[in-house]
Write a protein that binds this ligand. Structure first.
Ligand code: IPM
Ligand code: MN
Length: 347
């Protein structure tokens, strides 16, 4: 029997509950479809940081490298560990070390989910550059605590990085409805964003079958609210993609539905799958986290692993569940009840 080895990193807060829920769905669908999932749990979290002074062991990345994929819940417990420490100690280094340069985030409404918009008929795939740009981590602070303090944080855009994410965007558009929206702010940021626009323009001639349009980030934010059905694939830099995908989550009914795949397209290292949401300390002990975003991320993982039919089954089970009105509104149903409903829809 084919076996996929999966590293599970539940992380902090609601991360544990949603990962457990998604894993039960994944195991069930694997049995039904005749393949196996071998899960190994790594309890790396803010508790690990408190116990050891690091979010993961020094050999953490090398340990993960041996797996076929990673399923992550959420990282962060800001009351005890600053987010700038926890995220730079676990989530962000994995994305970079494993060259997961394409972060794919689908935004569409599951049946029965009331989004905040009149528009219902949208199906957007947001592709976020995931290894450089505004998240490069280049910078520093001097004269700390004095009036002369200086903080510098430099965005880094490389030709390799920009070209590969744009190519990925063109390829995805080709597989979908043939429309690519490339998002920058080149009217204000005259080096990096003008560069991004130029690369977009240069590549366009290689993909004559894709209709590509450049938008500014501010206009794109408005378009996602006013005319989301006009959009197919969006490609954006790391920070712009981060912001637009919370907006995407909002129009699809909330963060409880927003899934994410950190993909290494060259398959030189494992890809990582995680919900867009965070650890949600405010609701972490209430048992009401919606596991659907993580379950959907699990479906993206199976698709990446070549288990297309199993991935489709999960998406159908999610749709059947929401169509019954289960899990469609924040806080309405318990995590366990939503998971049970998804599991029973799998039969
Ligand atoms: C996301 C999150 C992370 C990001 C944070 C937690 C660092 O917001 O995955 O969208 O900005 O990438
Ligand atoms: Mn985000």
């Amino acid at each position: 029997m084919k076996t996929h080895s999966i590293a599970l990193i539940p992380g902090d807060g609601i991360g544990t509950a949603v990962t457990k829920a998604a894993w039960s769905v994944l195991e069930t669908v694997a049995k039904q479809e005749g393949f196996a999932l071998a899960g190994t749990t790594f309890p790396w979290s803010c508790q690990t940081y408190k116990d050891t002074g690091a979010m993961m062991p020094a050999e953490g990345i090398e340990t993960l490298r041996g797996f076929d994929a990673i399923l992550l819940g959420a990282v962060g417990w800001p009351a005890e560990v600053p987010d700038s420490v926890s995220l730079h100690g676990l989530l962000l280094p994995i994305r970079k070390a494993f060259v997961q340069y394409a972060n794919m985030r689908p935004h569409r409404l599951l049946p029965g989910v009331e989004g905040p918009l009149k528009a219902r008929d949208f199906d957007i795939l947001c592709i976020r550059e995931n290894t450089e740009g505004e998240y490069s981590g280049a910078g520093g602070r001097v004269h700390q605590g004095t009036d002369g303090e200086v903080a510098v944080e430099t965005s880094i855009f490389t030709r390799m990085g920009v070209e590969r994410i744009l190519r990925f965007g063109f390829e995805q558009a080709r597989k979908r409805r043939g429309k690519l929206a490339s998002v920058t702010k080149s009217n204000a940021q005259k080096y990096s964003m003008v560069f991004w626009d130029e690369v977009t323009h240069a590549l366009a001639s290689e993909y004559p079958d894709v209709q590509v349009t450049s938008y500014h980030i501010d206009a794109m934010a408005a378009r996602m609210v006013m005319a989301p059905e006009s959009l197919d694939v969006i490609v954006a830099s790391n920070l712009f993609g981060d912001i637009l995908t919370d907006l995407g989550a909002a129009i699809q009914g909330g963060l409880g539905f927003a899934a994410s795949a950190n993909i290494n397209p060259d398959r030189t290292a494992p890809s990582m799958f995680e919900p867009v949401h965070g650890s949600a300390p405010d609701i972490a002990h209430l048992g009401i986290a919606n596991p659907m975003a993580t379950i959907w991320s699990g479906a993206l993982m199976l698709e990446h692993l070549g288990e297309t039919s199993a991935a489709g089954r999960i998406m159908e089970a999610l749709a059947t569940t929401t169509a019954k009105g289960i899990g469609t509104r924040p806080g309405q149903d318990k995590t366990d009840a939503i998971t049970a409903a998804v599991l029973s829809s799998l039969d």
